[in-house]
Each structure stands twice: as C-alpha cells, then as structure tokens.
Design a protein around this ligand. Structure first.
Ligand code: HBI
Ligand code: FE
Length: 295
C-alpha cells in the first residue's frame, strides 16, 4: 500500500480538488491484476450511480459550447450512452476501430510506472467507481466520470491518441532517468489542464481540452474566461519546470495552437532537457518570468 499512498499526491487526474494526500487512494485494489487493471464491476452500479453519471454528463455537456475545444465537442458522442455509465467493452468497440486504443478498468489511481506502461500499450486506465451524490461538485480522486468524460473523447482523435502513447513511452524512459516529476508536470498542464487556441473556423479564442477542466463545472468557465489566471503559450522546458496546485483551480494555463504541436513535442528526446532542467530552479504556479506575455 505504500506505493499507492505516494501516488495519491502525484496524480495527474484531479477533476476538481485533491484533499488529504496522506491517506491511501480510494478503491479496492485486491480486485486488481498485477498490471493494476480490473474488470469493470458493472453489476455493482446502483440506480443512483447511473443517475449521478447522467446528471454529471448533462450538466457538463451544457457548459461545453464556447469553452471546450471543438475536437472534444465533436468526439463526445462517441462515448455513447449518457443516461447511464457506459460499459467499457461497448466504448472499446468504437474506440479500438477509431484509433486502436482501448480503455481498461482500474480500482483508482495507480503508480506511475504501471500507468505509463498501459499508455505505451494504447490502454487507458479508467477508474470504475463513481462518486457519491454528496460529492457531486467535488471529488478528491478521479472517478469514472472524470476518466470517461474528461479523457476518453480525445482518445478518438488520432493525433492525441498518438501523443498519449508517446507520453507513456516517454514516461517509462523518464522513470529510468529519475525525471518523472518533470514529465508529470507536462501531463498536468496538457492532458489534465491544457488550453488550445481554437481555429478561426470555430471562432478563434481559447478553449479547454484538458480532462481536469472538462470534467469540472467551475473550472471550465474559470479557465477560459476568468481574468485571474495566467495564460501563456506552451513551451516544453517552461512547462516542465512549473509547479502545480492540486487543491485549487490552476493559476497558470499553457496554451497550444493545435494538437499536432503536442505530438511533435512528444517525439523529441527529453533526456538532454532533463539534464539541463535539473540545474534550473522550479517556477511557482503563479510566477511569470521576465519578458513573458500573457495571452
Ligand atoms: N493513475 N488511474 C490513474 N490515473 C491517472 O491519471 C494517473 C494515475 N497514476 C499516476 C498518474 N496519473 C500521474 O502521476 C501522471 O503523472 C502521469
Ligand atoms: Fe485525469
């Protein structure tokens, strides 16, 4: 259990807010295989669980226009059923055909190396349990709603699909080089909390593509429209040096121009960069460097 306690703080998967990090992650890990995957315990869902999913889905999908990336909005219907928690196999029939990805059940957060290893095999771990009704607005750890609604639609996008696999492969290398932290910051500021500049065809402007934003009602509006946070163009070294908050909305968002930019980044060799960055100080979550311009 020790390893699991550690990852409860290091997660890249907060839909809203992380609370106490000094407790083991929620979920029954005795169900898991050696690779941390487990069958989706579909029979265990109650009518209330399906209702929670349905209500979360309706609430979030009503907020997407003008805030979420068009790529996400177009891909969302591929998830299927909104009235109940989808069966993972059912999603996989479409997902595998689209990009060769599959989702696999997990009991909750898993340690970094098995997490990277699944991504490298084009398998995305999806927590199978759902939050309690009283946690509707706030959940400490990723649940099936965050993982499915937030992450899975973009796995239907071929460019993001390839990026996620490259990220997993990069993660395995980073683990060998002791650079997981830097790579986790990249994940955090892209896959979890990334913003994208929408094409002119879709009205221009900044939109969210990160799962932590897309599965949070409050942060969806805040991230794209609030005057409070900093928004700066994504630059690899800058992002990898930037600390992040796991218990508040983000204070800095990094903006990409298109999805291909992420994939191109992931296809570079990070090893020399890790070496360089280990000599440089980290950057605070709300710090701006001299000369940096806000978007
Ligand atoms: N486990 N289930 C799950 N989901 C995540 O998003 C996740 C994880 N373990 C580790 C982890 N994320 C992060 O540490 C990443 O940095 C990538
Ligand atoms: Fe996540």
């Amino acid at each position: 259990m020790n390893k699991l306690q550690n990852i409860a703080t290091a997660t890249g998967a907060a839909p809203v807010v992380y609370g106490q990090s000094d407790r083991p992650p929620r979920g029954d890990y005795t169900r898991a295989h050696a690779d941390y995957t487990c069958a989706q315990n579909y029979a265990a869902y109650t009518a209330q669980d399906h209702d929670t999913y349905h209500r979360l889905y309706e609430r979030q999908s009503a907020l997407l226009a003008g805030r979420a990336s068009q790529e996400f909005i177009s891909a969302l219907p591929s998830l299927g059923m909104r009235q109940r928690i989808p069966r993972f196999e059912e999603v996989n029939q479409r997902l595998f055909k689209a990009t060769g990805w599959e989702i696999v059940g997990v009991p909750g957060l898993i340690p970094e190396v098995p997490f990277f290893s699944l991504l490298a095999q084009r398998k995305f771990p999806v927590t199978d349990w759902i939050r309690k009704p009283e946690e509707f607005e706030y959940i400490v750890e990723p649940d099936v709603f965050h993982d499915l609604f937030g992450h899975v639609p973009l796995l239907f996008n071929p460019v993001i699909a390839d990026f996620m696999q490259a990220y997993g492969q990069g993660g395995l290398k980073a683990a060998e080089l002791g650079a997981c932290e830097m790579l986790s910051r990249l994940y955090w500021y892209t896959i979890e909390f990334g913003l994208i500049r929408e094409s002119e065809k879709h009205g221009g402007g900044l939109r969210a593509y990160g799962a932590g934003i897309l599965s949070s009602a409050g942060e969806l509006e805040y991230s794209v429209h609030s005057p409070e946070p900093h928004r700066i163009p994504l630059e690899l070294a800058r992002t990898m040096r930037t600390l992040y908050k796991i218990d508040t909305y983000q204070q800095t968002y990094f903006v990409i121009d298109n999805m291909q930019q992420l994939l191109d980044l992931a296809n570079t060799d990070f090893a020399p960069l890790y070496e360089q960055l280990s000599q440089l100080p980290t950057i605070g979550a709300k710090e701006l460097l001299p000369g940096e311009q806000l978007l």
